[in-house]
Design a protein around this ligand. Structure first.
Ligand code: PRP
Ligand code: URA
Length: 214
């Protein structure tokens, strides 16, 4: 995991396996079937590092031989995928944290105004009791991510992390201005946005590539 001097809120994940899998995701010839699989795999690999500082409590466990000190996670974790594309990351994360709950927030970017439009929400009632991992493969203008995090903060969530695969500098900046206390984890920081607010070089429309709706 690496810190970027220009973006104190950003951590990039530069493991060779993640870089190798990012090449597959970026490739225009990758099928939706492979895209979905690899998206989940990268999300799982990143989660391992992004949750490194999860709070734990100490306890004891009785092995077949003797009692010994042990730890358990201090509070229930909630994964919050931003629909639709965030759904593609969820199973890969649940493989690692099967006890996590999953809350959903539906936010769609209006392609004319580039502003986020919310259309769905279903969260565990006690979501604010534990850490929350908001997931979306793309952080472009940052409008959707910042909107979802703002909504969760209104619901009382305080331990929020944001996990994406491709971040644009504009989106990282937007998150840092709106939610400076929220760490943003990205596999890669790309160059910029184009005139349609797509990330360059990016990987195209993550939702369409995940679900084959191109
Ligand atoms: C994509 C992506 C993010 C958002 C990023 O979703 O999955 O949610 O755009 O752009 P932003 O940072 O400029 O807000 P989209 O709105 O295309 O919806 P979809 O997942 O249903 O395809
Ligand atoms: N949403 C995507 O899916 N891709 C982008 O490059 C920007 C927004």
């Amino acid at each position: 995991m690496r810190s970027i001097p220009d973006h104190p809120n950003l951590r990039t994940h530069e493991h060779p396996l993640i870089a190798h899998k990012m090449r597959i995701l970026r490739d225009v010839d990758t099928s939706p079937q492979t895209f979905r699989r690899v998206l989940g795999e990268i999300a799982g690999l990143m989660t391992y590092e992004a949750l490194r500082d999860l709070p734990t409590t100490t306890c004891t466990v009785k092995t077949p031989i003797a009692e010994c000190p042990a730890v358990r996670l201090a509070a229930p974790i909630t994964i919050v995928p931003i629909l639709r594309a965030g759904l593609g990351m969820t199973d890969g994360i649940l493989d690692l944290v099967p006890e996590a709950r999953v809350g959903h927030i539906g936010v769609q970017r209006d392609e004319d105004t580039k502003r986020p439009v919310e259309y769905y929400e279903k969260l565990p009632p006690d979501i604010s009791d534990g850490p929350v991992l908001v997931v979306d493969p793309m952080l472009a203008t940052g409008g959707s991510g910042a909107h979802a995090v703002g909504y969760l903060k209104e619901r009382g969530c305080r331990q929020i992390r944001f996990l994406c695969l491709v971040a644009a500098p504009e989106g990282v900046q937007h998150m840092s201005e709106s939610h400076p206390e929220v760490p943003v984890h990205a596999a890669v920081l790309d160059e910029r946005l184009d005139e349609r607010a797509y990330i360059v070089p990016g990987l195209g429309d993550a939702g369409d590539r995940t679900f084959g709706t191109l």
